[in-house]
Design a protein around this ligand. Structure first.
Ligand code: 0X9
Ligand code: ZN
Length: 253
């Protein structure tokens, strides 16, 4: 069912922050589930029949590798900056959404360095280019982080609400009803902090009105070092959330 004209699409990226290991695990979990349960589970069958699904399992590959080889707590990519001996740009501050204002930093030595200019990083540029060229079909943008158990939506670069705020709150509430675990939800800036240059806000401003950041398990007991025994629980609940949101987008659009 690949060549239906006007077919919708969703985007899922994982691993924008290197140390958030449960995130790439979730992208793989989602792909595995999709391939295994197509024509078995009604919801995933409906989603895959109605939408193209784009999955980027590791958005920040050099950063991710570095967490395996050298520093488990690395967050940024591994870009070298000409002006400093400090390495790495925070890819979730490098998108063109009120770039490098309060909540990001122009200092390459910080964890929230925004880069030399918007989309200076090849990883951010590649995602932005792809979404720009698929913006007519992509109706849902999902980006997976950890940790804290949160469902965030725009805006994070300003305190205002989006015009579809009620609708985004509605999606988050629907997910909450299915969860045993409690997830907090809300607009990023009001729920956690101001953070400009994020991919979710940028995608929203591009016209992808359903744009969510998931912060997966846990709430801080293990933090980024979530033990393997927690992978299935964390991924299954994020999978449920993904299906609920995708079905809602299909209903609405
Ligand atoms: O600060 C971030 O980039 C995310 N939290 S994390 O602890 N995983 O680093 C939250 C991102 C929320 N969205 C935007 N800031 N646009
Ligand atoms: Zn993150």
């Amino acid at each position: 069912m690949n060549n239906i004209p006007g077919k919708k699409a969703m985007w899922l990226d994982c691993g924008i922050h290197a140390r958030e290991w449960i995130s790439p695990a979730f992208c793989l979990w989602f792909v595995h589930y999709s391939l295994s349960f197509y024509r078995i589970n009604a919801d995933i069958t409906h989603i895959l029949d109605s939408m193209d699904v784009y999955v980027l399992p590791v958005l920040n590959p050099d950063g991710y590798r570095y967490t395996w080889t050298t520093n488990r707590m690395w967050r940024k990519n591994r870009s070298v900056s000409p002006a400093s001996s400090c390495i790495g740009v925070d890819l979730n501050r490098n998108f063109d959404a009120n770039w490098c204002t309060e909540g990001a930093s122009p200092d390459p030595c910080t964890e929230i360095y925004c880069g030399a200019f918007p989309e200076s990083e090849p990883e951010a540029q590649a995602v932005a280019d792809f979404l720009r060229s698929h913006k007519d079909s992509v109706q849902l943008y999902l980006t997976i982080h950890s940790y804290s158990q949160l469902l965030l939506f725009p805006f994070s670069y300003k305190l205002e609400e989006t015009e579809n705020h009620r609708d985004l709150v509605g999606s988050a509430q629907k997910i909450r009803r299915y969860y045993r675990n409690v997830y907090r939800y809300g607009a990023g800036a009001k729920t956690i902090y101001l953070a400009p240059g994020g991919s979710d806000d940028w995608a929203y401003n591009l016209g992808i009105k359903y744009s969510f950041t998931f912060e997966l398990q846990d709430r801080g007991r293990y933090g980024f070092l979530l033990p393997p025994s927690h992978i299935s629980g964390a991924c299954n609940e994020a999978l449920l959330a993904t299906k609920i949101i995708a079905l809602k987008v299909l209903e609405k659009t």
